[in-house]
Design a protein around this ligand. Structure first.
Ligand code: NAP
Ligand code: SF4
Length: 674
């Protein structure tokens, strides 16, 4: 049999170390690295990824000194005590056949504390703290701190280091005129601006010798005004190669960029060509990153010669066994990262421990354990949405005899609808994963079976009620008018929608409906997407920014909410701004503080800012939240099931916080206890 993914699974040498394949788990801050007492958990997290076959792991960013902290009290590598903590991590990875690099970072003006420092005294829009401009002496001192941290990393057992020079952190700030207005030898043209990064590399080389693997993460597309041009980026990459780095990793976009780079609506492998341009200039291996989430996409990038390795961070959170499954020809069993950011980056930016929406064990490996049961039970799960499928598959994996009943003819629940929204096509992967898991774990699936109250009570030891939600229809006069549609009418039943539409409710689903009504294609072709966001993938212009193409809206849409204030706050911090910008690009009229008066043949009558007005729309789509569906269980006055064999989870438990992250985690946690 020919080996699947021959390029991806081919070993590669990085100096003295040989990686077993070309998959790198890229750096990702989990929150565990910031507290020494969490290092056993961090070690378990990385150990599972190493056991899952990944070639190289890069830790989350560890600061080289305290001023470089991203947040107060962040992980630092500046003393022997740090070495002791980190040895737990390196030993756990090596025991599982993996290799691991420590990422060395200094956050510069992104440091979220009052003692931040940067090349020049220029505040970042995304940070309330203004940095101090570093003196020339201080720059040399910090270069020394990078070398010191690298030396300690080696003592801790790391196989190499990654120097963070992208995403808008300190070394990247030195590289760009946007943030570097210095007149000393660390400013001026690209040679001056790139000097700090080069001196860091030289200092590490001098300290650790010619063989110690050094990777630099360099920004290929800054996606901010006054970012670097392709010529400047190539100049820096060539200089880094001359300075003796072992491998070049690539980064796309600064954190303050107003262009999406990692969310689910970014086309897969959107930036591979930018990587290909750099790779053609260099002898050393080059790593591609951003929105690579399947072995097929990764293999294609390597086979086409756009890169020598691929970096995947979130996909390895979603499935630690990504590589082993790919190597075994079982890619259909991979739990694919859907780039939602809801449990990883949104947590990180809220200073919470990261996890994964589709894999709640991520970063909780020692706490959420799916141990084989000693007392197998007969378990019924009612409802084939995310909560039900998570509960069923984990329970079956643990050795229980599980039957899943689904009233419809497909599983997937709310995700089945979400996956129809342009830009959310990835959600289909989660349905594919759980469908495969149902088969792999031996769950008996009964589709088109609507369970009646009492029907299963005597046949099962435990009954999991995951019957989800029903859309809420608010009591507006005329709500039963023919022009009123529910969101399942639009997304699932595919009912025709006219050219003028009012959307009632501006939560996650209201926004989804707007995007569904306005998008031209699903999925969006790469060239349309780059034109919409004004990206030059070749970075011929500074920062790779070009004027955005003005969109011709397909429909006239009003998005409405009763609350006064900012619209579309439902989706997370890292994704909400993309949705809001998309709606603005499509000319959606967003009205808050709205009172709904009535719906009739003329349209939707509202009061807004004290004035009555008519929205002369063809249709009104209601996205006003949901109500729990739990008609298969007898509830007591406290709202809990009377019979203790019943367990209510997901939207059936709490419609007001209907959320796939909570649903999957609740299903998995329940099944881990049953
Ligand atoms: P939601 O976020 O709770 O939003 C419901 C909207 O309906 C609100 O804008 C609310 O605003 C309005 N509303 C509530 N009761 C109403 C009433 N009686 N009459 C008129 N308007 C009413 O719910 P959702 O949009 O259905 O989303 C459900 C869940 O799915 C959310 O928890 C969200 O996390 C998740 N989701 C997330 C995403 C994402 O991209 N991350 C996307 C889709 C869904 P006013 O009360 O101010 O009018
Ligand atoms: Fe991927 Fe979402 Fe999981 Fe983050 S939370 S790793 S984006 S699936």
């Amino acid at each position: 049999m020919t080996q699947p993914y021959p390029h991806l699974l081919q070993p590669i040498d990085l100096g003295p170390i040989r990686l077993r394949n070309r998959v790198m788990m890229g750096s990702m801050h989990t929150g565990l690295e910031d507290r020494f007492w969490n290092y056993p958990k961090l070690a378990a997290y990385f150990a599972e990824r190493a056991a899952g076959g990944v070639g190289l792991i890069v830790t989350g960013g560890i600061s080289v000194n305290r001023r470089g902290w991203l947040l107060p009290g962040g992980g630092t590598m500046n003393a022997m005590g740090d070495v002791v903590n980190h040895r737990q991590v390196t030993q756990a990875v090596h025991a599982n056949g993996g290799h691991i690099f420590l990422q060395l970072i200094h956050a510069g003006r992104y440091s979220y504390h009052p003692f931040s420092e940067a090349p020049s005294r220029i505040k970042a829009k995304i940070n309330p703290f203004t940095p101090k401009a570093m003196s020339n002496r201080r720059v040399w001192q910090v270069i020394g701190h990078f070398a010191r941290a690298a030396k300690l990393a080696k003592q801790a057992g790391y196989d190499g280091v990654e120097v963070m020079g992208s995403e808008g952190y300190l070394l990247c700030q030195f590289l760009c005129r946007r943030t570097n207005q210095r007149s000393d030898e660390f400013g001026g043209d690209i040679h001056g601006r790139g000097r700090m990064l080069l001196e860091v590399v030289k200092a590490i080389r001098k300290s650790l010798g010619p063989d110690f693997p050094i990777m630099v993460r360099l920004s290929l597309l800054d996606l901010v005004e006054d970012g670097n041009t392709q010529d400047e980026i190539i100049t820096t990459a060539l200089a880094l190669q001359e300075a003796g780095i072992t491998v070049l990793n690539t980064g796309i976009g600064w954190h303050e960029a107003q262009v999406p780079t990692i969310v689910t609506s970014v086309p897969r492998a959107a930036f591979r060509k930018a990587t290909g341009v750099i790779k053609n200039q260099l002898r050393i291996p080059v790593v591609a990153s951003n929105r690579i989430n399947t072995p097929e996409v990764a293999e294609d990038i390597l086979a086409s010669g756009d890169a020598d390795m691929v970096s995947m961070a979130r996909p390895l959170l979603a499935d630690p066994e990504f590589v082993n499954k790919a190597a075994a020809g079982q890619a259909d069993r991979i739990n694919t990262c859907i780039a939602c950011n809801q449990a990883c980056l949104d947590h990180t930016f809220a200073n919470r421990r990261a996890s994964c929406l589709v894999n709640p064990r991520a970063c909780h490996e020692t706490e959420l354990v799916y141990a084989r049961t000693q007392i197998p039970k007969k378990i019924a799960v009612i409802g084939g949405g995310m909560a039900g499928m998570a509960a069923a598959t984990v329970a079956a994996q643990r050795g229980h005899d599980v039957t899943l009943f689904e009233a419809g003819n497909v599983v997937g629940g709310q995700f089945d609808m979400a996956a129809r929204v342009p830009g959310k096509e990835e959600f289909r992967e989660t349905i594919r994963y759980f469908t495969t898991q149902l088969a792999v774990t031996g769950v008996k699936v009964k589709l088109n079976h609507r369970v009646q109250k009492g029907e299963l009570d005597s046949q099962f030891d435990a009954i999991v009620v995951a019957t989800g939600v029903a859309p809420r229809m608010p009591s507006i006069p005329g709500i039963d008018h023919a022009k009123v549609l529910s969101y399942p009418d639009v997304l699932r039943a595919g009912k025709p929608v006219g050219g003028k539409v009012a959307v009632i409710g501006a939560g996650g689903i209201g926004i989804d409906i707007c995007e569904f009504l306005l998008a031209e294609h699903s999925p969006q072709p790469l060239e349309d997407w780059t034109a919409q966001w004004g990206i030059d993938l070749q970075s011929h212009t500074a920062g790779g920014l070009v004027p955005k193409t003005k969109l011709e809206p397909k429909r006239q849409v009003w998005l409405l909410q009763r609350k006064i204030g900012k619209m579309g706050n439902g989706p997370g911090k890292t994704t909400g701004w993309v949705h809001r910008a998309t709606l603005q690009q499509h000319g959606v009229t967003m009205l808050s503080g709205v009172e709904y008066l009535r719906i009739d043949d003329a349209g939707l009558h509202i009061r807004e800012g004290g004035k009555e007005q008519l929205l002369a729309v063809d249709h009104v789509v209601v996205c006003a939240g949901q109500e729990c569906v739990r008609d298969t269980v007898e509830l007591g006055p406290n709202g809990r099931p009377i019979d203790s064999k019943f367990h209510v989870i997901g939207g059936a438990d709490l419609a007001s916080e209907l959320d796939a992250k909570r649903a999957i985690r609740q299903g998995a946690e329940l099944a881990a206890r049953l």
